[in-house]
Design a protein around this ligand. Structure first.
Ligand SMILES: [Fe+2]
Ligand SMILES: [Fe+2]
Length: 288
């Protein structure tokens, strides 16, 4: 499928999506109701709505299968992880001088907040890595196939998913193989048997799945699955192991959303610590 420039990049930059999650889930406050959220006065609101319209229209079961076969061969490039962070940072939008928190700063702030709370080192490492899958954007992928809330494909779209009315334009919603409660799945079959909408979460999970503890892998794989970790809309697909592991996904989420510090961490000073941490768990280079 070919997409126009407008369809590839509806947002000024990827952070617009993450800033918007904060409007839906403000710190230390209950989630905003649909109406409150829609009425929130914010000039970026229209681009976010357009972003979800495209996401919900195009993220079909077949689209996900196609992206899996395209990207999970990991035959695009290979690089040291530190280089991948630099690569990721080229995502910063030069036209926006106010983007003080680039992608790398977000990762470092997340990991430093986890470290400050005394969590195990693999949890800290998870904070550092969790958004690295966003390099998909640098391979020319549309923003809505890199970021955005994720959800299961192959079964009914929950109305707990943000802007769920846009699923009307998704062909799967009209396809009786996919539009029932369980669709192609069995009750409580476990998320390992469930395909999620395609994006940076699944891509990075597949990249690092042999190297990190289960808890870390769940945090990476499902951190954008707000319909479950915030709204509990898909428990009928989860097994007991998923339910136990989602406690970690929930533990991770506040670090992802709320760890923006006023002064950015000193990258150079922190580099030796993180280089040792990366070397402890991961190979010297990763395949993308
Ligand atoms: Fe993310
Ligand atoms: Fe993040």
């Amino acid at each position: 499928m070919e997409f126009s420039e407008k369809e590839i990049a509806p947002l000024a930059n990827l952070e617009v999506w993450e800033d918007d999650i904060l409007l839906r889930y403000p710190e230390n406050a209950p989630a905003k109701s649909k109406e409150e959220y829609r009425n929130y006065d914010n000039p970026e609101r229209d681009t976010v709505r357009e972003f979800y319209r495209l996401n919900h229209k195009y993220q079909t079961y077949d689209f996900v299968k196609q992206k899996q076969s395209e990207f999970l061969k990991f035959n695009k490039t290979e690089m040291p992880i530190w280089e991948a962070f630099d690569f990721l940072n080229t995502l910063v939008d030069d036209s926006d001088p106010d983007t003080s928190l680039d992608q790398w700063q977000h990762l470092l702030q997340t990991s430093e907040a986890i470290r400050a709370d005394g969590h195990p080192d693999w949890f800290v490492l998870t904070g550092l890595l969790h958004d690295m899958g966003k390099v998909l954007c640098l391979f020319g992928e549309p923003q809505w196939a890199v970021v955005g809330d994720t959800f299961p494909v192959g079964c009914k779209h929950s109305d707990k998913i943000v802007y769920s009315e846009y699923f009307e334009a998704n062909p799967d919603a009209q396809d009786e193989r996919f539009n029932t409660k369980y669709g192609v799945y069995e009750p409580n079959c476990g998320l390992k048997n469930v395909d999620m909408s395609w994006g940076h979460d699944e891509y990075l999970y597949q990249m690092v799945k042999d190297y990190l503890p289960q808890e870390a892998l769940y945090m990476i794989r499902y951190h954008s699955f707000y319909a479950q970790h915030r709204e509990n809309a898909y428990e009928h697909l989860m097994d007991e192991h998923d339910k136990a592991m989602f406690e970690w996904v929930k533990k991770f989420n506040p670090y992802d959303l709320y760890s923006k510090l006023p002064t950015p961490p000193d990258t150079q000073a922190l580099k030796p610590y993180y280089q040792d941490l990366l070397a402890k768990y991961l190979p010297a280079t990763l395949k993308f």
